[in-house]
Each structure stands twice: as structure tokens, then as C-alpha cells.
Design a protein around this ligand. Structure first.
Ligand code: IPE
Ligand code: IPE
Ligand code: MG
Length: 233
């Protein structure tokens, strides 16, 4: 298979997976996190993808019941605090995208440490979109650019798509392939700038059951797509 430069995954269906089994939503999130950890290690080991963006918590998800939000934050905190050695060994580089100001100090600290400790790694780049909204990212980039104009560091005519991309949370290539599990056919505010020419795929499987085999099936689907980028071939 041809390597995918930037793969996006909207992690969805943890709650429904749990409900189907008579489990709590938290148990669904715990199972989803295990699936996600396996996918990250697999993609890195097999060298199938350069950039992996994972939508794990949206700005809108803060409106869920307090218990669920707290459970997810604890899950992330434990994960980010304990994974540093493994990611160093595996050469995985971590980015975080999102509004860190909405998160508790403790988790922001763990995120900053993990980003710092993995910054020289050269393997898979894993971009966790956490406390993330695609519109928020565009607004935040706009503010940065407006400030540069006000400070006379750039001219209005210097603003172009390249400059805009450089002022997003991270300068990343466009998303090539976007998978959303659980059968929902929507974007829910994920990487609105970066998905302009992405290929979409919406498998019905809820995320905890999204195995490596299912992932491989998705890649076969991607291989069939004819990407034209507005041109005539
Ligand atoms: C995805 O699963 C995880 C997050 C959004 C944090 P959901 O929690 O959205 O699961 P469903 O959609 O309710 O099944
Ligand atoms: C989108 O999933 C956010 C994440 C996957 C983190 P949701 O489950 O929150 O989205 P909606 O509510 O179905 O659109
Ligand atoms: Mg959902």
C-alpha cells in the first residue's frame, strides 16, 4: 500500500459500544483508549502513515455530564503521564491541538511535558485533538495573524493560505484520508481547514471494535479513490 501522509480519525461510538453490552459509558471510553493505543503503535511500527490526527475530545464535549468529562480527563492524564518512555523508544512524536486554556493545569502540564520529551523523535507524528474545535482553531489562527498585522510584522497582503496554515495549532499537511467510526456521517467540527480535499470513510463499527483488520480494510478503500484535486486527469 502507498503510504498515507496524513490520516485523521474521528474516534466515535464508545458510548454506544458500551450501551450494547450493558456497560457504563466510561467503560466504553476505556475500551476505546485501548483500541487507539494499539492503532498508534501499529501505524508507527508498519510505517504506514506520517501524520495521524486523532479527534478525542471536542470543545463541545465539555457540555457532557460532569462525571463523563472527568472520567475522560483522568483517562487522558494517566495515559499522557505514563507513555513517555514507550513513545521515546518507539520514536513517536506527540502534538496536541486545541484550547489548552479550557483544561485543568495538571493535564496541560502532562501534555506539555510529553510534547517536549518527544519533540526530537522522527517516527509517526501523533496529533491529539483535545479540547479541540475546527472553528476555534481558525479563530485562534486569525487572532495570531491579526496581531502580526497590528504589530507591523506583516502586511495585510502577506496573508495567504500558506501563512494561515503556519498559524494553526501546528503546521500540518492537509488530511488525505479521514475515518469516522460508528456510522455517523458528519464532521462535528474536526480540522475544517485541513480536510478540504480529504477522502472520507464512515465505517459502521463502533470505535472500541475498530481492529487493525478493520483499519487495513479502510486503507484498501482509500487505495480505490481517485483523487483529482479539481484537475482533469
Ligand atoms: C467518542 O465516543 C469519544 C468522545 C467523543 C470523547 P462517544 O462518547 O461520542 O460515543 P457515542 O457517540 O455516544 O456512542
Ligand atoms: C465528535 O464526536 C468529537 C470527538 C470524536 C472527539 P461526538 O460524538 O461528540 O459528535 P456528535 O455529537 O455525534 O456530532
Ligand atoms: Mg459520539
Amino acid at each position: 500500500m502507498n503510504k498515507i501522509n496524513h490520516l485523521g480519525i474521528i474516534v466515535d461510538g464508545n458510548g454506544r459500544w458500551a450501551k450494547e453490552r450493558g456497560l457504563s459509558r466510561s467503560e466504553g471510553h476505556r475500551a476505546g483508549a485501548e483500541t487507539l493505543k494499539n492503532i498508534i503503535l501499529y501505524l508507527n511500527k508498519e510505517n504506514l502513515v506520517n501524520y495521524l490526527s486523532l479527534y478525542v475530545f471536542s470543545t463541545e464535549n465539555f457540555d457532557r455530564p460532569k462525571d463523563e468529562v472527568n472520567y475522560l480527563m483522568e483517562l487522558f492524564l494517566k495515559w499522557f503521564k505514563t507513555v513517555e518512555k514507550e513513545y521515546k523508544k518507539e520514536n513517536i512524536k506527540v502534538y496536541f491541538s486545541g484550547r489548552k486554556e479550557y483544561l485543568k493545569k495538571e493535564i496541560v502540564e502532562a501534555m506539555n511535558i510529553l510534547e517536549e520529551k518527544t519533540k526530537n523523535n522522527t517516527g509517526l507524528v501523533v496529533n491529539f485533538c483535545l479540547s479541540y474545535g475546527g472553528r476555534a482553531e481558525i479563530v485562534d489562527a486569525t487572532k495570531k495573524i491579526a496581531k502580526m498585522v497590528v504589530d507591523n510584522r506583516i502586511d495585510i497582503d502577506d496573508i495567504d493560505e500558506k501563512l494561515f496554515s503556519q498559524n494553526l495549532y501546528h503546521e500540518l499537511p492537509d488530511v488525505d484520508f479521514l475515518i469516522r467510526t460508528s456510522g455517523e456521517n458528519r464532521i462535528s467540527n474536526f480540522m475544517l481547514w485541513q480536510i478540504s480535499y480529504a477522502e472520507f470513510y464512515f465505517p459502521k463499527t463502533c470505535f472500541p471494535d475498530f481492529t487493525i483488520d478493520e483499519l487495513k480494510k479502510s486503507f484498501l478503500e482509500y487505495e480505490k479513490r481517485d483523487r483529482r484535486f479539481g484537475k482533469v486527469k
